[in-house]
Design a protein around this ligand. Sequence first.
Ligand SMILES: NC(=O)CC(=O)C(=O)O
Length: 305
Amino acid sequence: MSSSTPNKVPSSPPASPFKLALCQTPVTLDKEENIAVARDYLMRAAAAGASLAVLPECFNCPYDTACFREYAEELPAVGFKPTEDHSSPSLKMLRQTAQETKMFIVGGSVPEIANDGNIYNSSLSVSPDGTVVAKHRKAHLFDIDVPGGIRFKESDVLSPGGSATAFFAPEIDCTVGVGICYDVRFPELAMLQARELGAKVLVFPGAFNMTTGPAHWELLLRGRALDNQVFVAACSPSRSEGGDGYTAWGHSMVVDPWGTVLASADEKPALVVTTIDLGRLDTVRKSIPTSQQRREDIYRLQSVP
Ligand SMILES: NC(=O)CC(=O)C(=O)O
């Protein structure tokens, strides 16, 4: 797996605390309306003092494989400059809002159509000057079949991304990792973001559902926070029926490196704002120094012939 490299190694001592906002927006069939609502929540996040704001998975589109191709947009690569024109209405909104508010925005995710016709579930992150600083394509596709629960097959329509993603945000002196929803179930990805890319906050736009949400959402977020001793912030759409009846769990949540839930929403539309103090990360890592106690010599997985 290749990894995108953050644009700077974070300096020490840790930066001042900053505010992070999760925008748990309602998502409907109306793409234009979804984008306008997302902007409205982002403006409210800025008014609440946020420096980093996050949108949900598929913020412009119902979470429904039947919708992905119709709603898909072409998206640019990392490094795309604010001066360059682009056709994507979602990117236009993200850039304009980031520039106006001076926030870093992790733009949830939107269906992306690539030059070769493949569709991806992709997240763009934009810096306060409007530059695209990260692009993550959902690496693990949500193909599941839970008897009596839910069946979903993203791979019917989507192709998987092939890298781990993180970007450095100088204004808050923090490297931010980005994964999308099902990616959170794979500890190796989070470990790569934290250990090799230096992420201190892992952000997951995600839309769990009424079967896996109550069972696994909080458990996974707290697990990834604890096993990497990082902050984890996950942003869901609010609970509304998708085109084929997919019902999002909601419960957007921020967890600290000790595994404590700092802030969370219920299932309704919500703006969750909380303070991130990266000093907490150093305290936890000093108290329980698991990163220095790893036994790499005994972790080798051996394949069975
Ligand atoms: N929707 C997803 O990608 C993941 C999910 O709902 C789950 O893992 O459960």
